[in-house]
Design a protein around this ligand. Structure first.
Ligand SMILES: Nc1ncnc2c1ncn2[C@@H]1O[C@H](COP(=O)(O)OP(=O)(O)O)[C@@H](O)[C@H]1O
Ligand SMILES: [Mg+2]
Length: 226
């Protein structure tokens, strides 16, 4: 079976003080359609670096990423941007909502970025807001929402373009335990309903335990956790 997303022998080094720092040294990961994979690891281990490479936000120093059996062309920023818009949804620790747009408008931004918004998109956005329990916040600006509510919008936004893969980088790390659990429930519910694959970076062992597989990033390599 071909994996939906397949990373092979990913290396990444960054220049620092005239030398180079090796962050990833041969990571491999196969993500199946509809599968959830969790990645944990200490701070600075390279989790965000790996996630950004998986989502085409950064390029590897060596190694390949294949989607649906085809290699991503990191030499073609245009094709990469298009691929990201079609295939990947991102959730970051900080919500990155646009402050001058309402909740509802923020949900439509990823759609608007690459095609005209339709009545279906409006219905989908409204449906998400209801499912996330923030329909009453549709016309509010991000600054008027609580941290948990902001992150609910960010989760819904990640799914707006019907992505095949959602990449989440410590998405609820800033929220307290109870709210973080509620949001994890909602994220996994949405993932199941939409049939999306998920890679989630987290410090939360309970959240990592919800994934189908759990890896630890250590010394530049992904090691299958227990
Ligand atoms: N753009 C960059 N330039 C230089 N060094 C970077 C860059 N991004 C990350 N690093 C370095 O790579 C290492 C891993 O960072 P990161 O992927 O953010 O770790 P994690 O997400 O696991 O905390 C760190 O030492 C960090 O300083
Ligand atoms: Mg990080």
């Amino acid at each position: 079976m071909t994996a939906l997303l397949s990373a092979s022998d990913i290396h990444k080094s960054f220049p620092r003080h005239g030398s180079t720092v090796r962050v990833l040294s041969g990571c491999g990961l196969d993500l199946g359609a509809g599968e959830a994979v969790a990645i944990t690891g200490s701070s600075g281990a390279g989790k965000s670096t790996l996630l950004n490479i998986l989502g085409g936000l950064d390029h590897p120093s060596a190694g390949q990423i294949a989607f649906d059996g085809e290699y991503l062309d990191f030499g073609s920023p245009r094709a990469l941007t298009r691929w990201r818009a079609d295939v990947v949804g991102f959730i970051f620790q900080f919500h990155f909502l646009l402050p001058d747009f309402t909740t509802f408008e923020n949900l439509l931004i990823p759609v608007r970025a690459h095609r005209a918004v339709t009545a279906d998109d409006h219905a989908r956005a409204r449906g998400f807001l209801e499912r996330m329990g923030i329909a009453h916040r549709s016309d509010h600006l991000p600054g008027e929402l609580s941290g948990g509510e902001q992150q609910r919008v960010a989760v819904a936004r990640a799914f707006m373009n019907r992505p095949r893969i959602v990449l989440a980088d410590e998405p609820f790390g800033n929220l307290d335990g109870r709210i973080s659990n509620q949001l994890s429930d909602l994220l996994f519910e949405l993932k199941e309903r939409e049939g999306t694959s998920l890679v989630i970076v987290t410090h939360d062992p309970e959240l990592a335990g919800r994934a189908d597989r759990h890896y630890v990033l250590e010394k530049g390599n992904l090691i299958l956790g227990t």
